[in-house]
Each structure stands twice: as C-alpha cells, then as structure tokens.
Design a protein around this ligand. Sequence first.
Ligand SMILES: N[C@@H](CCC(=O)N[C@@H](CS)C(=O)NCC(=O)O)C(=O)O
Length: 202
Amino acid sequence: MKLIGSYTSPFVRKISVLLLEKGITFEFINEQPYNAENGVALYNPLGKVPALVTDDGETWFDSPIIAEYIELLGIAPAMMPREPKAALVIKQIEALADGIMDAALTSVREQARPVAQQSETELLRQREKINRSLDRCEALIREGKIEPDAVNLATIAIACAIGYLNFRRVAPGWCVERPLLVKLAETLFQRDSFARTEPPKA
Ligand SMILES: N[C@@H](CCC(=O)N[C@@H](CS)C(=O)NCC(=O)O)C(=O)O
C-alpha cells in the first residue's frame, strides 16, 4: 500500500495514524501539493493529498473515503462502530475536525500572501469557524458523545486538527477554557502513532 502525502498535512497525518494503529504497513510517497512541480495529480485529479494506492492498484481519495476504505479491510482495532447510525455519528465528528483543518489551512494560505493582499475579513471568518467547531467538540465531550480516552476515527481526527493548529500557530489560545479537548489531545499525542507522524519542526 502507498500513501501519497506531505508530512505537514493534517489530513495525511489522520490516515497515517489510522494505518499505524492497525499495524498496516505502507510506503510513504512524499509529495508537496503546493510545489509547482508535484506528482499529486497522477493519483488525485483534485491535486490534493492524501491519496492511497492499494496493492491491487486501486487509488482512493479524499481522507474520509480513505478512512472508510481502511476500515473495510476489517483489520483490528475497529476505528468506527459497525452499526451504521453510530458510524455516521463518528463520521460527522470527523467532518467537524476536517473542517477545522480546512479553516486552519485556508488561514495559513491567506497569511502566506503579501500583507497588503491579505483579507482580515477572511481571516476572521476562518477563525470563527475554528472557534465554533472547537466549542462544539468540547461540548460533545462534556455531553459524553465523544469519549476523550477512546482511540477511534473521531478522536484521531480531532487530535490531528489540534496538532495542526499547534504546528501552524493558528488560534494559539485554543486550549484556554477547553480543558476536555486539552485532555483528549494530550492523551492521543502520547501514542506512538502520533509521535511517529509529528510534522517537521522547521
Ligand atoms: N478534503 C480533503 C482535503 C485535503 C487537503 O486539502 N489537502 C491539502 C494539504 S493539507 C492539499 O493537498 N492541498 C492542495 C491544493 O488544495 O491544491 C481530504 O480530506 O483529503
């Protein structure tokens, strides 16, 4: 199996963590989707990472679909429940976490533009999405709808989103008044799968 991705992408990290947690061996093909010369479109016409190429030569994207494909392999431990409605609840939380990643990525891209061209309105819009979504995650833990100690698609996606906020210093005060999310992140970050997929320091 080949995972096409970049070490800085939180979506790629989510998939790497899932594969590592299940003990599935894979080859990492490092592609930088924002570099002028990159081969990502060979695997995904949208030009986005991650993409997964199976041993049978099938190619899958984007990350929620890849996550579902990995689960279909039936390799323990399960990362989502078998019951369809319960699985949908986990996937809804994954979508929330992916949305935080999207908003953080949009902010990073905006801030990479020359200062005079940056839109404060756009940056604020993205910050509000992140804050609302983090509040929702905190509430879901408080209500017992997310188990902060569990290792599943929902908690992995949330921890990857928070890891990306920390890495890019987006919403640096995210942890203030969100103690349950802090606990979730601290728990997941201790796992070998997270240690092995930390984004590069530089
Ligand atoms: N919805 C996609 C989002 C993936 C995504 O946005 N990846 C970024 C890297 S973090 C990317 O490849 N961007 C390249 C581009 O938008 O051209 C997924 O879940 O896989």
